[in-house]
Ligand binder design. Structure first.
Ligand code: DAH
Length: 339
């Protein structure tokens, strides 16, 4: 009996086939109900009881080996079949459909790129911050309303752990370990405790820029702003600075650009003024420089900050803030061809 099993093993392991049909014929010959392997079972009855276990194991091993051999022959002949002349294996695989970049990423990268061309480098900071970097170092008085619970998300009832309300915190983080010249652009997400609507959200995005060196003047700020506005919105763009107030800059200003929808003639978008507001800016307050370890007698700087959603709205007319975070693919696909 064992001799017959071994002979069959040798026979099967030497099998060859070149087409799937041949493989099927071999399968029937060896593995079907009436096949050679099953035929052994008829004789199994006459095996003495004390050898049944050992012989049974041999037969099982043979079955397994035969099934493996037939499967191997089958896949070899099938793949050989598909290798006909019409198949070009050097072709690239079917292209996967490409996703699209999020409009906020597109706009953020465009803003950052413009400042990089002016020699600014990217700096980042944490979204979970402390009071010093978000407020105190930036000259916010202890009773400044921006620290209020209604605006700021505090964590674990500890007023010193909070979500940053603006990217200006990256200014103080960078200045405290870098001596001038400092020329940074800081993109990032910020948080404010606001009810979500078309015009307000509890998180949004800003880009901050800071330049500190000897002899930095308001003229440098203005020229930087003009360059930015023209690169972002086109060479015809005009800018206008209005006096404003921020704790961390003195003097401070808000910048408008000529409405890029009507070219400054006046339309519904610019409320018929011809101008739209896009950012806040100013000369870094000497108190801020001192708080960050920079000598305000020898150094000066300018800073500016803008909302990415605001710029995206101006560029792509997305006027409901909620669209940016709902991730509706119909909205996101509209930016397939944006750069
Ligand atoms: N941090 C201000 C805000 O969140 C924006 C800002 C205004 C940033 C003036 C600046 C600046 O750097 O100089 O509204």
């Amino acid at each position: 009996m064992l001799d017959r099993i071994n002979a069959l093993k040798a026979e099967i392991s030497a099998l060859q086939a070149s087409t799937p049909e041949e493989v099927e014929a071999l399968r029937i010959k060896y593995l079907s109900k009436k096949g050679a392997v099953n035929a052994l079972m008829a004789d199994f009855r006459s095996v003495p009881a004390d050898q049944k276990k050992a012989v049974g194991m041999e037969i099982n091993a043979l079955k397994e080996m035969a099934a493996g051999k037939i499967n191997a022959l089958r896949s070899a002949t099938e793949s050989a079949e598909t290798l006909d002349d019409s198949l070009d294996l050097s072709r690239t695989a079917a292209p996967l459909p490409l996703g699209t970049r999020h409009p906020l990423s597109l706009v953020r990268d465009e803003i950052v790129e413009i400042f990089r061309r002016l020699g600014f480098t990217v700096a980042e900071g944490p979204e979970i911050e402390d009071d010093w970097h978000v407020f105190s170092s930036l000259n916010f008085a202890a009773d400044h309303p921006a620290r209020d619970m209604q605006d700021t998300f505090f964590i674990q009832r500890n007023p010193d752990v909070l979500l940053r309300t603006h990217t200006s915190s990256v200014q103080s983080r960078t200045m405290e370990h870098t001596q001038p010249p400092v020329r940074i652009v800081c993109p990032g997400r910020v948080y404010r405790n606001e009810a979500i609507s078309a015009r307000a959200h509890c998180f949004f995005h800003q880009v901050e820029a800071l330049y500190v060196d000897k002899n930095v003047s308001f003229a440098d700020l203005k020229q930087t702003l003009l360059y930015f506005a023209r690169e972002m919105f086109g060479p015809e763009t005009k800018i206008r600075l209005r006096p404003s107030y921020f704790p961390f800059t003195e003097p401070s200003a808000e910048m408008d650009i000529s409405c890029n929808l009507c070219g400054g003639k006046g339309c519904g978008f610019c409320k018929h003024t011809g101008w739209v507001e896009i950012l806040g800016c100013g000369m870094v307050d000497p108190n801020v420089l001192e708080a960050c370890g920079i000598d305000s007698a020898t150094h000066s700087g300018f800073a500016l900050g803008m909302g990415v959603e605001r710029i995206a709205n101006l560029k792509y007319r997305v006027n409901d803030l909620r669209l940016f975070s709902e991730n509706d693919v119909r909205f996101l696909r509209e930016f397939t061809h944006a750069r």
